[in-house]
Write a protein that binds this ligand. Structure first.
Ligand code: CAA
Length: 379
């Protein structure tokens, strides 16, 4: 597999890197501390085409590929993991499935403004009693008088408090041997669709999530995404792409913590020399660099397979599994390199450590990724 970047891919990486350094990184500590939603950063990401990177221009996107998206995700996440996940939910969990499974009308009317970043999207799969075992959802949609009527609740909905559209999954048929699910588009403001207050979390404080409720929400047939009854496949295929985004978010977080560790190790002295001259520190840095690179390559492999139109379920799972656990290890070591200062909120590595942790949980826990990988190995 050729990992040489094209001119266009280098351009989007450099644009995202420069934007992240100039406009995102200087605000990351404040966003973490206050939990403020980064309105101005989301608007700027939209202007740069980062809210619909791999969506064709005809549908409001930047018309680039998944690898370009991966590159931009790493850059934004290295500066601010909250901004990274806001971007990834919009790109991977909303735009990608509507583009892949939606009707032309849905793409023009719903996808295009979301891909341009004028509107925001989110994804409703998880429920209070149904996380890893997603098929056990109890949200239902019943066809009544020509419309679908949705009832239930979805939680941990990243972007939920601000999203204009949710792609939501509900049970639509329990009559056969297998429960069938269907994917629906619901617009903010639809009667009976409400959200509660944002969740309080360990990290990614500026990426708001919440529980959303559907109380007899009427959804027209025109808002069904993909064939009725095939919603679970829509969700799973979407997560195959989403996991690439989260892998890149984890790589970005870890890279940021690693870069700061190198800088600190060159400045901080102990026993008469910069700590970078001690083998104990050098070995930590060497391991960190190797693991960041390995995770990036796994993510790029999955991205290139997605671009080639090849099924990439286990490759995405492996990228997400390795990158997320790597980010926890690398940010842990970054604190160790910084010693007591690493534990202080004066230095950014404790934020990276807190932000990294969620990447092992959302879009499928590490245990689910192992199940997916093992399932593919043994079939
Ligand atoms: N692509 C397409 N179809 C797929 C698929 C894929 N990757 N994986 C499974 N399917 C299909 C299967 O072929 C099967 O089809 P049939 O019914 O026709 O046979 C159907 O889907 C059911 O598949 P399984 O029997 O394998 O399903 P399962 O119940 O055993 O569950 C699972 C599989 C992998 C455990 C799944 O439930 C899963 O991924 N769980 C984790 C859920 C998750 O990641 N949630 C994250 C929420 S989003 C989020 O976190 C957003 C955020 O805030 C950032």
């Amino acid at each position: 597999m050729d990992f040489e970047l094209t001119e266009e891919q280098r351009m989007i990486r450099d644009t995202a890197r420069e934007f992240a350094a100039r406009e995102v990184a200087p605000k990351a500590a404040e966003l973490d501390k206050t939990g403020r939603w980064p309105t101005e950063i989301v608007a700027k990401m939209a202007e740069l085409g980062l809210m619909g990177v791999a969506i064709p221009e005809a549908y409001g996107g930047a018309g680039m590929d998944t690898l370009s998206y991966a590159l931009a995700m790493e850059e934004v996440s290295a500066a601010c993991a909250s901004c990274g996940v806001i971007m990834s939910v919009n790109n991977s969990l909303f735009c990608d499935p509507v583009y892949k499974f939606g009707t032309d009308d849905q793409k023009k009317r719903v996808l295009a403004p979301v891909a341009r970043g004028e509107k925001l999207g989110c994804f409703g799969l998880t429920e209070p009693m149904s996380g890893s075992d997603a098929q056990t959802m109890i949200t239902t949609a019943e066809k009544r008088g020509g419309v679908w009527v949705l009832n239930g609740a979805k939680n941990w909905i990243t972007n939920g408090p601000h999203a204009d559209w949710i792609l939501v999954f509900a049970v639509t048929d329990r009559s056969g041997p297998k429960v069938r699910h269907t994917a629906f588009l619901v617009e903010r403001g639809a009667k009976g669709y409400t959200q509660n207050a944002p969740d309080h979390k360990l990290g990614i404080h500026a990426a708001h999530s919440c529980t959303v409720f559907f109380d007899n929400v009427e959804v027209p047939e025109a808002h069904v995404v993909g064939p009725a009854g095939d919603g679970f496949k829509v969700a799973m295929a979407t997560l195959d792409g989403g996991r690439i985004g989260i892998a890149c978010q984890a790589v970005g977080i870890a890279r940021a913590a690693f870069d700061k560790s190198v800088e600190y190790a060159k400045e901080r002295k102990s026993f008469g020399v910069p700590i970078a001259q001690h083998q104990a520190i050098q070995f930590m840095l060497a391991d960190m660099a190797t693991q960041v690179d390995a995770a990036r390559l796994l993510a790029w492999r999955a991205a290139k397979m997605k671009d080639a139109g090849v099924r990439h379920t286990p490759e995405s799972a492996a990228a997400k599994l390795y990158a997320s656990e790597m980010a926890t290890r690398v940010t842990h070591k970054a604190i160790q390199v910084h010693g007591g200062y690493g534990y202080s909120t004066e230095f950014p590595v404790e934020r990276h450590y807190r932000d990294a942790r969620i990447t092992e949980i959302y879009e499928g826990t590490s245990e689910i990724q192992r199940m997916v990988i093992a399932g593919n190995l043994l079939k």
